[in-house]
Design a protein around this ligand. Structure first.
Ligand code: SF4
Length: 196
């Protein structure tokens, strides 16, 4: 059985980040090291720090120490983007300029919400189509009525959303401006760092 992934469940992130981290920890321990995990999350994500601390206290064979220097040092979030650009002279990934909340996975994040996919459709319709096709292949292969997005408590496919954009361009603009109340949006749901 496959997992398509959505705002609550992101198998991709578990495989890419969490499983690799746990394996790395165990490998390093076998080499005689005692790893410490540092997470770069800020004060507004304190709740994630608790989850991470709890997770890494139990999931590896032995508990592993976790540290959160940005939470320990700063009381409020620091906007690091101007520092990176102006002081360090490093350009940010273009996705930030385009309005995305993060630059992961080329905009095809399974934890993105309606606004995220509206933006992807507007700036990169080809990528939107790739994600739409992936979702369709998944639905056919596993014969399941599932989707990345949810609406009215049920599946709402990227194909449905694209077709609505094509018939009602104002809906696209309303989603982009946040002027829509018929969807429970999840834009900005972070890429997970623990198993669900
Ligand atoms: S950014 Fe999104 S699609 Fe990429 S690994 Fe994280 S949850 Fe999955």
């Amino acid at each position: 059985m496959g997992d398509l992934g959505n705002a609550r469940l992101a198998k991709c992130s578990e495989e890419l980040k969490v499983r690799e981290t746990v394996q790395f920890i165990e490998e390093k321990r076998e080499e005689g090291f005692e790893p410490i995990l540092f997470f770069g999350i800020g004060p507004h994500e304190k709740h994630r720090a608790e989850n991470l601390r709890e997770f890494y206290a139990h999931v590896p064979l032995e508990p592993v120490e976790t540290r959160f220097p940005m939470i320990e040092i700063y009381k409020e979030d620091v906007d690091v983007k101007p520092i990176i650009v102006k002081e360090w002279k490093i350009r940010l990934p273009r996705m930030y300029d385009l309005g995305f909340s993060h630059a992961n996975c080329g905009g095809r994040c399974v934890r993105g919400g309606f606004k995220h996919y509206a933006l992807l459709y507007k700036v990169w319709p080809d990528r939107y189509k790739q994600q739409e096709d992936m979702e369709e292949r998944f639905r056919q292969k596993f014969n399941m009525n599932v989707s990345i997005l949810k609406k009215d408590g049920g599946p709402y496919t990227l194909r449905q959303l694209r077709e609505r954009f094509e018939h009602d361009p104002q809906y696209l603009e309303d989603l982009l401006s946040g002027n829509v109340c018929d969807v429970e949006d999840t834009q900005g749901a972070p890429c997970v760092c623990t198993f669900a």
